[in-house]
Design a protein around this ligand. Structure first.
Ligand code: ADP
Ligand code: ZN
Ligand code: ZN
Length: 803
């Protein structure tokens, strides 16, 4: 009898280790490492992952595995090892690390079925399977297991006759398609044809058709090809000669889109120079990390595409990560255009089912390239030849919940395993990355020029304090207004960018300065003009704007700042003739809305595209000649040591949207802090100087890349509990770490209360602290083994957000 070690689906300290189970004989062919199983656990039944198969266990009286959840492993060997590494590296629970690597559809709330693969009729299966699949082409997983035919089913899955799919349990409308197919074997059909009376010519015609084409076929196609009508088909169905099955149509979100195939462009000397070391690394199967440093439009994507080409020619695979908001149709088009259906696309705009389909294409080796957001780094390729991370500085590459991993670290880990290059691309690399490139840890590949040597658009920085002094209370400076009007006359397009992060539309008393905060959280409420309510973005609290100020009873209490809706309303007043498309979370919530709005803008159906972060990237339309940033500083004042860097990156990125083609472009940046170096240097597109200045600041304040940081956050309903636990933790850590390490705490978090829970933190800054991981684990262990009611302790190694 064999034993399986299983990690069960309970994210808690006590269960964060493998448990041994006996493998019943009937499952022994199926249960392997990486297969999910159902196991008894106390009185319950739980899901789990098999991580190891062994001949015996050190424990007595093992229970048996109840049943397998998969016929094939969902995690291969490499990913199982990677899961261990993730667990270690991010101090996560093992089960969460495994789950993070799989598409959401592989979770319990999805119903699992085995169904006929496309183009397969039930009769092609070995006996006695056909009878199970005749009715509607599928069998529920539970029923299949009960039938004791698991081994046979597995064989058919291997032959690609059957496939295991997940159907969302909620009744989401799925595209179903009917198929007609013969219920009889060939010899029986032939006998049938011979028996048919002479006057039933159409029936004979239909049967002859199926003798030649026994595969299931859509009714419409059948009528056309066989030259019969639905009534003939119905007659034969009544006689049980033909059957009908319903099949879900293959969910390809890009199926109805044409991708014009593109060929590799002859590279410029700069591009050749940048690509040569990447090609060498591919050729020599040597892991190396490259930092492809080039402004937008310098030809980075073409370098990615041709490097991938080289990888595919070697029979290997590629992962391309793109930030979620940059995963625009334009980006997808470039990859699909070059590599056609060798590309799988994974992003959050897809339904769970669509995502699973794309993932399956990778697992079955039907594709060579996976393009996707953060979690695509776990694409289950087994012969990786390159990993590319575009816009590597983006914060969305860091996951903010367990496992708190950074995709860049995972990429380097996998690149190491497969001896393949990792290419990080950016116009404004993360300070850490550029510092590593300076030190030679990464190989710096500069692309210094824009294609066709297009000049950067001139940037004008407008001091909004001056505007106010001059009596202009509008959200548009005079110069921006002028330029907007010019564009309308010339029928050119404008992008208006509003940085929504920060407190952009809070409610404030004009007389005493009172700001309406959430009663549960320590943060101002955001005003929504549509519902005329104030909302808390942390806990969901909603309330009306008070008629009078609670502090001074003044009536002059109203919302401030500028949400996109307000800007839109304002535009309607001052430029009534302008056609505006607004893009923000409200207008792009529905699936496909993002894409639709962008293509409307591209088709010239609007003069102004107004939006938040989501329009900062990827836009590349020839008619955009003006970019306006309404207020550059909202992010500068966030209590985060990366706020200058993020501001610089964002402003640089937005400015790059103008004048990318023949028409010259220009950029207007409105700001209340024109003297800040982030704003100044973004205006000059001078990353190198920004890097130098920001490095000095980081050195001075002992932040990355000079120090590593780890953050412990403690929260509890009682302020005193939060403080005292944080204090204990801080003292414990102080006693364990070296004198060179700086430990800041206990201090209140920047958002000191969320949802009525007080938040305290301890920030650790260190250069070398080999024992840190163990110490942090001990801290977590104490509170996980002896939980204090309602207490949460979380650890983020290399946090990206300090709020
Ligand atoms: P990036 O990814 O750095 O923003 P792209 O690769 O998108 O730059 O290149 C910018 C533009 O220049 C694109 O329209 C692209 O098609 C074009 N381009 C890139 N490389 C070449 C080349 N070698 N020859 C001609 N055009 C090129
Ligand atoms: Zn007041
Ligand atoms: Zn709240």
């Amino acid at each position: 009898m064999k034993v399986a070690s299983v990690i069960v689906d309970v994210p808690a300290k006590q269960t964060d280790k493998p448990f041994d189970y006996l493998i019943p004989d009937k499952w022994k062919e199926i249960i392997k490492p990486g297969v999910r199983v159902i196991v008894p656990f106390g009185p319950r039944k739980l899901q789990g992952f098999v991580v190891q198969i062994k001949a015996e266990s050190e424990f007595q009286k093992l229970r048996e595995i109840a049943e397998p959840m998969d016929l094939m492993p969902v995690l291969n060997k490499e990913l199982l090892v990677l899961g261990d590494w993730l667990t270690e590296h991010t101090l996560s629970f093992q089960i969460l690390a495994f789950q993070a690597m799989l598409p959401a559809a592989l979770k319990a709330k999805y119903e699992k079925v085995i169904r006929l693969a496309a183009g397969v009729s039930p009769e092609m299966l070995a006996d006695p399977l056909p009878s199970f699949f005749r009715k509607n082409g599928k069998v529920a997983w539970e029923d299949a297991l009960k039938s004791n035919l698991a081994a046979m089913l597995q064989v058919e899955v291997t032959k690609a006759h059957l496939e295991v799919v997940y159907e969302v349990k909620e009744r989401v409308k799925k595209k179903q398609q009917k198929y007609i197919y013969p219920l009889l074997q060939k010899s029986e059909l032939e006998a049938m044809v011979a028996q048919i009376p002479a006057r039933a010519e159409k029936q004979r015609q239909l049967l002859n058709f199926f003798l030649e084409h026994p595969q299931p076929i859509e009714p419409k196609t059948l009528y056309a090809l066989a030259g019969v009508s639905s009534s003939t088909v119905n007659v034969l169905m009544k006689k049980n000669i033909l059957g009908e099955i319903e099949r879900e149509v293959y969910r390809d979100p890009f199926a109805d889109r044409e991708f014009k195939r593109t060929s590799p462009l002859p590279l410029t000397p700069d591009q050749k120079k940048a690509m040569a070391p990447i090609l060498a690394s591919i050729e020599e199967q040597r892991h190396e990390v490259f930092l492809l440093y080039g402004v937008t439009g310098s030809g980075k994507t073409e370098v990615y595409l041709q490097s991938i080409q080289a990888v595919i020619e070697k029979g290997k695979e590629a992962i391309v990560l793109v930030p979620e908001i940059a995963l625009t149709p334009q980006m997808v088009t470039r990859f699909k255009g070059r590599f056609g259906d060798k590309v799988a696309v994974l992003h959050s705009g897809l339904s769970a089912g669509e995502k699973y389909d794309e993932w399956r294409k990778i697992q079955r080796k039907e594709v060579k390239v996976a393009v996707g957001a953060r979690s695509a780094i776990f694409a289950p390729f087994e012969n990786l030849g390159i990993i590319i991370i575009d816009e590597e500085h983006e914060t969305s590459y860091k996951q903010e919940e367990m496992p708190r991993y950074h995709a860049r670290d995972v990429a380097i880990k996998r690149g190491n395993t497969y001896n393949c290059p990792v290419v990080l691309g950016s116009a404004t690399p993360a300070l850490e990355s550029f510092a590593r490139a300076q030190k030679g840890v990464y190989h710096l590949l500069p692309l210094p020029n824009r294609m066709n040597n297009k000049e950067f658009p001139p940037v004008q920085i407008v001091d909004m304090r001056e505007e106010l002094r001059a009596g202009n209370r509008s959200i548009f400076s005079n110069v921006l207004m002028e330029k907007l009007k010019e564009r309308l006359e010339k029928k050119e397009q404008t992008v208006l960018f509003l940085n929504k992060r920060g407190h952009s539309s809070f409610v404030m008393c004009r007389d005493c300065g009172y700001v309406v905060n959430c009663p549960n959280c320590d943060i101002s409420l955001t005003y929504h003009s549509k519902s005329e309510q104030m909302k808390c973005h942390y806990c969901g609290f909603e309330g009306w704007v008070p008629a009078n100020c609670p502090e001074c009873a003044s009536e002059h209490i109203r919302y401030f700042g500028t949400g996109t809706q307000k800007v839109e309303a304002e535009l309607g007043k001052v430029l009534p003739e302008a056609r505006v498309i607004r893009m923000d979370v409200d207008t792009t919530g529905r699936k496909g809305a993002h894409e639709r709005l962008l293509s409307e803008f591209q088709e010239g159906k609007a003069d102004i595209l107004l939006g938040t972060q989501m329009i900062a990237k990827g836009l590349d339309f020839p008619n955009i000649t003006l970019v306006g940033v309404l207020s550059a500083d909202t992010m500068l004042h966030l209590p985060d040591f990366r706020s200058s860097e993020k501001t610089f990156q964002l402003l640089t990125q937005v400015s790059g949207r103008a004048g990318r083609h023949e028409l010259p472009g220009e950029v207007i940046i409105q700001t209340y802090t024109p003297e800040h170096y982030s704003v100044q240097l973004a205006g000059k597109q001078d990353y190198d100087l920004f890097y130098q200045q920001e490095m000095q600041m980081r050195k001075l304040h002992k932040y990355p890349p000079f120090y590593y940081i780890s953050l412990i956050t403690v929260s509890h309903e009682q302020l005193m509990t939060a403080v005292s636990v944080t204090e204990k933790i801080t003292n414990f850590i102080r006693s364990r770490l070296s004198d060179q390490t700086i430990i800041l705490g206990p201090v209140a978090s920047s958002i000191s209360r969320i949802n009525n829970r007080y938040r305290y933190q301890c920030l650790i800054k260190y250069k070398r602290e080999p024992d840190l991981s163990r110490t942090l684990k001990q801290v977590l262990d104490v509170y996980q083994k002896n939980p204090i009611h309602g207490l949460q302790v979380s650890v983020d190694v290399n946090p990206f957000i300090l709020l």
